[in-house]
Design a binder for this molecule. Structure first.
Ligand code: ADP
Length: 428
């Protein structure tokens, strides 16, 4: 078993692309840690640095308490599973699974027994004498998994191992990976862009965007109590409503979130009140999942947004309504573009070796850091009038064109500064 510690780790590709930006992360002994984020956010780069397949540009990587930046891949005691299985085509299933033990010159009788036993656990014992070309995608991934597990490494690294499979097979193998890996108790770092996979598999999830860590916590923490607007939006199964509001405290009686055409009050007794009051007179972003909004009758006395139903959408188990309310919405705040940030890193990286490497990789690294566009401008400059997305339930109580009275569950408002960070600190 092994811990993985990333201390300020960055990766710059030649040409100056900052794929991983000053990442701090720790996977505990036996933990199942999922790296989640959109395509191109740097997940695989991070995993490949842990495996030793990519060099760490700056910062320190520790494996099991040993500084591993310069450790050869074979000396890291890690096993990796890739998206496409990557099996030896001329070896049988048994030959593929036995390979890591044969290389390690293990006793052939032990190898035979171990492979047979593992193939049963993976439900591929019927295929042991077949070649990979005759297997289904799901079976091939099971063999790849078996080959990784067979020699019981200190660390499993899995890079989207299920993404080439169809939905049914994905669900089945997901459950099996979870129980198998947990029964072995081996530390696992698992890369995916699929939020359901992350939520169902992980002990903790690290969410990344543009090379920057956005959040780190248990599935419950990052879903219910996200640290950033990006995390909230990425984990929302329906599009998250992100609304621009100005914070006011009229006569100090309560906090007013002023959406222009609508207002919502928050009493001073609300646990978030003090944190919000630090933003008086400024604009913030209010995040609301569609299921925090609902059609309410005239008699409803809680906070409401009024509008007009523009369209209704049937989703099988529920209806969603698109409501014109006149409230300005904002796009999800994102970290600055990684193409422009590397020069900043080159100027600030600790240690002369890291700085020298960065200067070699980044065009113009000797110059002043590139100006980074302030997030304040991004949030403030791009308001657009869009619809509120409201979960209507299993029956469409509204019709398109009708006035809509939308009740707001104030306890579930998520409050973000314009750079996307949470205003009231998340609990971790
Ligand atoms: P993810 O796994 O999240 O999809 P990657 O780690 O594969 O993302 O890539 C992160 C970014 O780094 C992408 O923009 C990608 O184009 C870039 N990148 C990956 N590998 C290289 C490389 N060898 N040279 C230059 N850029 C690369």
């Amino acid at each position: 078993m092994s811990t993985v510690v990333l201390d300020n780790v960055s990766k710059v590709y030649p040409g100056g692309y900052l794929a991983v930006d000053r990442m701090n992360l720790r996977a505990e002994n036996g933990e199942f840690l999922v790296l989640l984020g959109p395509s191109g956010c740097g997940k695989s780069t991070l995993l490949r640095m842990i495996a030793g397949l990519e060099e760490v540009t700056s910062g320190d990587l520790w494996l099991g308490g040993t500084l591993a930046n310069d450790l050869a891949p074979r000396d890291r005691d890690v096993a990796m599973v890739f998206q496409n299985g990557a099996l030896y085509p001329h070896r049988t299933v048994r030959g593929n699974m036995a390979f890591p033990l044969e290389i390690a010159k293990a006793d052939p009788a032990m190898v035979r027994e171990r492979v047979t036993e593992l193939s049963k656990a993976l439900h591929i014992d019927e295929t042991l004498e077949r070649r990979p070309g005759t297997l289904s995608g799901g079976q091939r991934q099971r063999v790849a998994m078996g080959r990784a597990i067979v020699r019981q490494p200190s660390l499993f690294l899995m890079d989207e191992p299920l993404s080439n499979l169809d939905a049914g097979m994905r669900t089945e193998l997901r459950m099996e990976i979870s129980s198998l890996v947990r029964s072995l108790g081996v530390t696992t770092v698992y890369v995916t862009h699929d939020q359901v996979e992350a939520l169902t598999l992980a002990d903790r999830i690290a969410i990344m965007n543009r090379g920057v860590l956005q959040d780190l916590g248990t599935p419950g923490q990052v879903y219910n109590d996200p640290a950033t607007a990006f995390t909230a939006a990425f984990l929302s199964s329906q599009q998250l409503n992100l609304l621009a509001a100005t914070v006011r405290t009229p006569q100090n009686q309560f906090i007013l979130l002023d959406f222009g055409v609508h207002q919502i009050t928050i009493p001073w007794t609300d646990p978030r009140a003090y944190a919000i009051s630090q933003h008086v007179g400024r604009q913030i972003i209010v995040g609301l999942r569609p299921d925090c909004l609902a059609p309410v009758p005239e008699t409803f006395e809680g906070p409401v947004f009024l509008g007009r139903v523009r369209a209704l959408e049937y989703h099988g188990h529920e209806w969603l309504a698109y409501v014109e309310s006149g409230i300005p919405t904002v796009p999800v705040p994102e970290p600055p573009d990684p193409r422009h940030k590397a020069r900043d890193l080159a100027a600030t990286a600790p240690g002369s070796r890291a700085r020298a490497v960065l200067r070699r990789l980044i065009p113009g690294a000797g110059l002043d850091p590139a100006p980074i566009q302030a997030q304040e401008q991004v949030g403030a400059g791009t308001h657009r009038r869009a619809d509120l997305i409201v979960r209507v339930g299993s029956r469409p109580v509204w019709r398109a064109g009708e006035p809509a009275r939308v009740g707001v569950d104030v306890t579930r408002l998520m409050l973000f500064a314009l750079d996307g960070s949470r205003i009231d600190p998340p609990h971790r």
